[in-house]
Design a binder for this molecule. Structure first.
Ligand SMILES: C[S@@+](CC[C@H](N)C(=O)[O-])C[C@H]1O[C@@H](n2cnc3c(N)ncnc32)[C@H](O)[C@@H]1O
Length: 343
């Protein structure tokens, strides 16, 4: 059964005790001349969606198109596959459009955050899709491009937005929040126990007109906590990551995605999500655990092979969880799941 025969293609409370994996410390120095992102669990994600989809001619959503690796694997798997790819980063969309041009109108690229999935699909005349994947977090080019301000290794503006055309920059965030609010962000989203000291130091640097670039930001952090690398981790890592997660509302976006996925997936359709740290993974695990809402396919999260980990250090912390929506008859709250509609 194809669910979209006519695709119109032309405040979160976070517990303590999170295990963090800091991608920057695993990353080697890379000069970014073009948009190159090594896709994590590329074929496995495509396989999970194809195997669990209820149709041989599926329409999938890739909620995090990035450089287009997962979408490419899906489109390569069959000429009958179509994909709608979302990304809020204009550079990612442009790179993916170029890389995937050969698939013609089997791919549609949408410039929107994935929290807007229902509205954007409705605007395309699509009621239901046959599977969805999301590969969370930032791409290597976003991290490595000094101009994006996400890296403490490269001098750039204190920006950190995935979509540089909208929303508040990290510098504006630091300015707007009180010392306590800033410390709270750094503590909860960075699991940084020296958050108060760091927040005070950042605010002081701002007052003294000494906070303009990512290197200034790192310096203000080091001023608060010292230059010592604990466990090989740069002292700025946790704070940078916390600010980035906050600036991009990454956890709120994920919560919304997990909620709206059920409204856009066809009965029985799979949802595959790769997360890179425990704050994200916990949200995915908790959402999939609600029994009448999802059937869990991966009892334990899947990870990359040792070969992939070796080749791509960023893959080491990746966890893939897959669940399918119940078929209409399986919904046990007495309410039938909505029929999939043709556009
Ligand atoms: C890890 S990369 C995806 C890489 C992609 N799977 C590939 O193989 O190239 C994550 C991408 O998701 C995008 N992204 C992150 N959060 C998003 C959101 N809430 N809405 C839309 N795009 C988002 C980022 O801009 C980034 O390009």
């Amino acid at each position: 059964m194809s669910t979209n025969l006519q695709l119109a293609l032309p405040g979160l409370v976070v517990e303590r005790e999170v295990e963090w994996v800091f991608s920057e410390d695993a990353a080697e120095e890379i000069m970014v001349e073009s948009f190159v992102h090594t896709t994590v669990m590329r074929d496995l994600v495509a396989q999970m969606l194809r195997e669990n989809a209820k149709t041989e001619s599926p329409l999938f959503v890739d909620a995090t198109l990035g450089g287009g690796g997962h979408t490419e694997a899906l489109l390569e798997s069959s000429d009958a596959v179509r994909v709608i790819g979302f990304d809020r980063d204009p550079a990612a969309r442009e790179a993916a459009a170029t890389r995937l041009a050969r698939f013609g109108d089997r791919l549609r690229i949408v410039a929107a955050p994935f929290s807007r999935l229902p509205e954007e699909l409705a605007a395309l005349g699509v009621a239901r899709v046959d599977g969805l994947c999301a590969d969370l977090g930032v791409s290597s080019p976003q991290l490595d491009d000094a101009g994006r301000g996400m890296s403490f290794r490269r001098e750039g503006p204190i920006d950190m937005r995935m979509d540089p055309t909208s929303g508040e920059t990290a510098l504006e965030l630091i300015d707007r929040l009180s010392d306590e609010e800033l410390a709270d962000v750094i503590f909860r989203l960075g699991d940084e126990r020296r958050s108060r000291r760091i927040a005070r130091s950042l605010k002081r640097a701002l007052q003294e007109n000494d906070l303009h670039t990512t290197l200034d930001l790192r310096r203000a952090i080091v001023r608060a906590v010292g230059p010592v690398r604990v466990g090989g981790v740069d002292p700025a890592t946790r704070t940078f990551q916390a600010l980035r997660i906050k600036v991009n509302a990454e956890l709120e976006e994920l919560e919304t995605l997990l909620a709206v996925a059920r409204d856009v997936l066809a009965p029985g359709a799979p949802c595959a999500i790769i997360s890179f740290h425990s704050l994200e993974d916990r949200l995915v695990k908790q959402a999939f655990r609600v029994r009448e809402q999802w059937n869990v396919v991966t009892k334990k999260p899947l990870g990359p092979s040792p070969e992939e980990e070796e080749a791509n250090p960023r893959a080491r912390s990746a966890k893939l969880r897959v669940a399918t929506l119940p078929m209409a008859a399986e919904v046990d709250d007495g309410e039938a799941a909505p029929e999939s509609e043709e556009p």
